[in-house]
Design a protein around this ligand. Structure first.
Ligand code: FES
Length: 114
């Protein structure tokens, strides 16, 4: 069994003006739920599902510097890498771009190959 990244096109998700600094916003792209944040002038997109209990809460995360803190039990993830403070795997991070004031996201998806 091998994990494989699927490279898809960027998808327009929202306007930059829809985002509020240091507050997440939830979006659904296909079957994927993502949380988008505007932190220190940069757009970050991560999976909305916290890996602790697999619940859709990351759009409500508290932001402290570059850390996203899950509102349920306080697990922390870096907004750029998605990793936990100990470097362990945390959230999937999706690539973002801004074009003409709109936020575009390219989903990072894992697929199973048998
Ligand atoms: S569900 Fe996120 S830390 Fe528990």
């Amino acid at each position: 069994m091998i994990f494989e990244n699927d490279t898809k096109d960027f998808i327009q998700v929202c306007s930059v003006t829809d985002l509020i600094a240091n507050r997440g916003k939830k979006f659904t792209i296909g079957e994927s739920e993502i949380a988008i944040f505007l932190i220190e002038g940069q757009i970050h997109a991560v999976t909305n599902i916290c890996p602790h209990q697999h619940v859709s809460v990351m759009h409500d995360a508290f932001v402290e510097g570059q850390e996203l803190i899950c509102p349920a039990h306080g697990w922390q993830f870096n907004c750029r890498s998605g990793k936990k403070p100990d470097g362990g795997k945390g959230l999937d991070v999706h690539e973002t771009e801004i074009r003409d004031g709109f936020v575009f996201v390219r989903l990072h998806e894992k697929k199973f190959r048998f």
